[in-house]
Every structure is written in C-alpha cells, then in structure tokens.
Unconditional design. Structure first.
Length: 169
C-alpha cells in the first residue's frame, strides 16, 4: 500500500495547498483589495447574478454598469428574474451574489470579483432618473425597462497570474 504521508499520490507529487507557497513557475493567487475590485468593475460589461429562485439556485448573465457604488442592470418587468427577486414583503430586499471575471486561457491568468449584497428594485421616479445616468443598455431585444441595483455589503476578489509578472495597470 502506498504511503501518502510523504506527499506522493497516484497522481504524482502533492501540489501546494492553502498556506503553502507555489513551486517555482506555478501561477500565483493574489487576494484583491476592495479598491482594486472596484477598479476592475468600473468599466461595466457582463456579469452573473446568482440567487435562490423558484427553481433552486439560479445564475444568469446580465450586462451591467457600476454606478454610484452599486451594480445596475435592467430586466423586463414581471420577468422570471424580476419575480424571483421579489420577497413579497414591502421594502424587503433579496440577498444575491454578483460575479464578474476576466480570464486569458492562453496564458492561464485572470481575475474574479464577487459582490454580495441586496437586490433593490428601482421603483421611484427620482431613483430611476439617477440609474438612467448609468447608461446600461440591455443586449437582448424586447422591453427591459425595470432597473435593479445591487447594493454591496461585501466585495472580494482574487487574481491568478504567472510568477514574476506585474499586476496589470
């Protein structure tokens, strides 16, 4: 019987685990601070909203803008997404996660930012005027005039890159 306490396994030598340094030449995992996460989110683009819906855990892509410290996206009024994110209790907000990433498969580098917070339906005219400034335009056809804001309670991120390579500017 093999002795796995030495770090050997049927797949070969043990890989670095949590708290261990990567071997020379292996990609480095870096935790991002909130300022860097916000910098990466600021151009807007495509992200994924995750929540527990009527059919279970749901993850959907949406195009978004980061506006006044919140993630803003549009959906159709009374769409499954709109309905799933309503609690049925006035002024109660649904807890969600929102993730954005960028990956270069060729060089095996990339970053990921995760926002956790509440999904807030934009129902007042004054708030609607504010989020219209964000300029988020939905890609799918059809009417998508209902705005949802995600108000962050936690923002975390990480980046993986090849050793010795500086962080992108």
């Amino acid at each position: 019987m093999p002795d796995y306490t030495s770090g050997e396994s049927p797949a070969g030598p043990a890989r670095p685990g949590p708290g261990r340094e990567p071997a020379a030449g292996e990609p480095e995992l870096e935790q991002l601070d909130e300022a860097e996460c916000l910098r990466l989110l600021s151009p807007g683009g495509i992200g994924r909203i995750a929540y527990s819906g009527r059919s279970g855990v749901t993850v959907l892509p949406v195009n978004y803008q980061f506006h006044q410290g919140t993630v803003v996206f549009r959906t159709a009024q009374d769409s499954p997404l709109d309905e799933d994110l309503r609690t049925g209790i006035a002024h109660a907000e649904y807890k969600v996660a929102f993730e954005v990433d960028d990956v270069d498969l060729d060089v095996r580098e990339g970053w990921s930012v995760l926002i956790q917070g509440s999904a807030h339906h934009v129902d007042s005219e004054s708030e609607r005027a504010s989020v219209l400034e964000a300029g988020v335009e939905p890609w799918p056809g059809g009417e998508r005039e209902h705005f949802i804001r995600i108000v962050p309670t936690q923002i975390t991120g990480r980046r993986i890159r090849q050793p010795g390579k500086p962080a992108p500017g």
